[in-house]
Structure formats: C-alpha cells, structure tokens
Ligand binder design. Structure first.
Ligand SMILES: *Cc1c(COP(=O)(O)O)cnc(C)c1O
Length: 225
C-alpha cells in the first residue's frame, strides 16, 4: 500500500509539472526540495523509498541526528541547509550539507570560505535576500545584495550559484519573487530558491528553479518548526 508521504510527493510533483508547463518551462527545470525539519527519520525514509532525493533542513544539529544513517542507505541523497547558520557551526554545515542556501552576511561568508579552503569540500551556496526588509529576518538587504554577491564571488571565491528568499508571511509573495529574479538576472545567477507549500506554483511562474516544500509533503509540524 502506498503511504501518505509517497502520495503527497506524487501530488506535489504533479502540481509542479503543471505549473512549469503553464509557465512554458520544462518540468525538470524545477527541483523539489522536501523540507523535513521536525519530521522523523522514518518519514524521510518513506520519501526516499518513493524515489525522492533532495531534502531541506533548517538546523545543523537536527540534520546531524537524522541524515548520516539515511546517507548510508541512500548515498545519492542531497541535503540543503535552508535555515540560519551560526559561524561556530560552519565546519559541521560544510561537512553535512550538499547545498547551503542561507549565506546572509559577510562574517558567515568569510567563515565558509575559510572552512572550504581548510576541508577541500565546496558545497554550492545560495545567498539569502531579505526581500521584505524585515528586521527580525535573515538575509542580506536588497540594496546590499549586488555588493555582497560580488564580495562572496570575487574576494572570497565562494561557489555562489543562486539566490534564496522567504517572503513575509502576511504579504502577497509575487513582488518578492519578482525582486529576487531581478537581482539574480543582473548578477547572472541561474538558481532561484523560492516558493513553499502555500505558494510554490506562483514561485514557478516567477522562475523558481528550486521550491522548498514541507507541509504539503510531510504534513503539519508541531510548534517550534
Ligand atoms: C520550513 C521552511 C520551508 C517549508 O515550509 P512549508 O510551508 O512547510 O512548505 C521552506 N523554506 C524555509 C526556509 C523553511 O524554513
């Protein structure tokens, strides 16, 4: 019998394909990152058994608790860090994650560059832009984005491949997706990580190459997620 998570994954993949086709884009141009934060290893394993391989976690420590064993079973899984990264966790993050989506400040960028030099491991990175200019939220301000992208690429030599954003909860996300796309365009970055359970189809219309979907796959999270 097919489990709930496998069925949810199939439904989300179908919606992604339809949104991509409506935007006259090939469905393969959108990568689904299944956000497994707060969900159990058993839930992630169910998604893996259903053929899914790209996952997102927002905390280094939680990822370290779940993923090493899953990697032994499924060596080709890809783990994205989508949450704020403290500089004292940079070594662990570079060791554990395949993509770091939340590069958001110079001190973190410097620490990542040092650790990549030291370890020889160079996971591709995205720069998080605080498109809503929310005080409490992570991400570089839109006005500082071009400068920060330049610093990361040229001075620090980080493998920057794209941009990520989390629009303000209570706002229409379209202008935020459009702003992220524009910053990426003028910096010649091809990867756009935007769109979550509530708005991934709209994000695809605005050019998302990666959508980060948790609830629609794994169900509701408890508090603290
Ligand atoms: C939790 C989270 C998601 C997934 O959110 P859902 O609404 O459950 O799909 C996406 N991106 C980030 C950065 C998150 O923290």
């Amino acid at each position: 019998m097919e489990g709930v998570i496998a069925a949810n994954l199939a439904a989300v993949r179908e919606r992604i394909a339809l949104a991509a086709l409506a935007a006259e884009r090939p469905p393969e141009s959108v990568t689904l990152v299944a956000v497994s934060k707060t969900h159990s290893m058993a839930s992630v394993r169910e998604a893996l058994m259903a053929g899914h391989r790209a996952f997102g976690e927002n905390r280094v420590q939680e990822a370290q608790g779940k993923y090493p064993q899953l990697r032994e079973e499924f060596p080709d899984l890809a783990l994205h860090l989508i949450g704020p990264l403290q500089t004292n966790k940079v070594r662990d993050a570079v060791a554990e994650f395949d993509v770091i989506e939340s590069v958001d400040r110079p001190r973190l960028a410097q620490a990542l560059a040092r650790e990549m030099e030291h370890s020889g491991r160079r996971p591709p990175c995205l720069i998080e832009v605080n498109t809503g200019e929310e005080r409490q939220k992570a991400g570089v301000m839109p006005a500082d984005a071009d400068g920060f992208i330049g610093e990361c690429r040229e001075r620090l030599g980080l493998p920057i491949i794209g941009l990520m954003c989390v629009p303000p909860l209570e706002e229409e996300p379209a202008p935020h997706f459009a702003l992220l796309r524009e910053i990426a365009r003028r910096n010649d970055l091809k990867i756009l990580s935007m769109g979550m359970s509530a708005d991934f189809e709209k994000a695809i219309r605005f050019g998302a190459t990666h959508v980060r979907v948790g609830t629609a796959i794994f169900g509701a999270r408890g508090s603290g997620g």
